[in-house]
Design a protein around this ligand. Structure first.
Ligand code: G3P
Ligand code: MG
Length: 239
């Protein structure tokens, strides 16, 4: 059965990367959700997509230039009506939200622009504090970050994020010790990609699968679905 992960929460219906979007994803029957983490100026793990707050909040500037208290004062409704109370959550708050459930979280470590030294140690510490081991899949476009994670926590499952036509990505993934590839959905039909990965024992969690045809393809092969529309994916893949 496909693992259905709501991309930034049910972001097709509620402001991305907010508790509102994560709650809705669970209500819609997703197995869990994907989210993006950065570090605040005072070193707190915060959940937001961009390196800057400008697009999704009423503030201006880099996430890392705000303290947690300053970030919490921002409206994170991303212009969506009916969500004026939405705030940037800490990762700890999100872990609390799933504490008494069996949902899974794909934690994307956003070390693509800012490198956030120490972010991996903080993630592992929080995982332990909140008893999240076994419920997380880490991923990043920055594969050096993933190797740091592996060095500190060899058993933590992780997926390599990438966007383009990486050749035989399952071989590269296996060489890094990755459990998953997280490819852009448009690369799914490249020759041998699905079969090669599955035969090599590497799981596939493509993003961002929003069209029904690709959802059906994922369901056929029982591979993951990272989507803004978890209700649609549940309808197609869990029918
Ligand atoms: O983790 C999947 C996907 O979220 C990667 O791209 O830019 O939406 O974080 P982005
Ligand atoms: Mg992401």
């Amino acid at each position: 059965m496909s693992l259905i992960l709501a991309h930034r929460g049910a972001s097709g219906y509620a402001p991305e990367n907010t508790l509102e979007a994560f709650r809705l994803a669970m209500d819609m029957g997703a197995d869990g959700f994907e989210l993006d983490v950065h570090l605040s100026l005072d070193g707190e793990l915060v959940v937001i997509h961009d390196e800057r707050v400008d697009r999704t909040t009423n503030g201006t500037g880099s996430v890392g230039s705000f303290t947690l208290q300053e970030l919490k004062a921002l409206n994170a409704s991303n212009g969506m009506e009916g969500f004026s109370g939405a705030r940037i959550p800490t990762l700890g708050e999100v872990y609390d939200l799933i504490q008494n459930t069996s949902h899974v979280i794909n934690v994307e470590i956003k070390t693509d622009e800012a490198l956030y030294p120490g972010i991996v140690e903080k993630l592992l510490k929080l995982e332990e504090q909140k008893h999240m081991t076994g419920r997380l899949i880490y991923s990043s476009f920055n594969h050096y970050t993933l190797m740091e994670l592996k060095a500190l926590s060899p058993k933590s499952p992780f997926g390599i994020l990438y966007s383009d036509g990486l050749y035989e990505p399952w071989k590269y993934a296996a060489s890094l010790g990755a459990k998953f590839i997280h490819p852009h959905y448009r690369t799914l039909l490249l020759p041998g990609l699905i079969e090669g990965s599955l035969q090599a024992g590497i799981g596939i969690n493509p993003w961002t699968v929003n069209d029904e045809q690709t959802m059906a393809l994922c369901a056929k092969y029982n591979i993951g679905i990272i989507t803004n529309y978890p209700d649609k994916a549940v309808r197609i893949a869990k029918a």
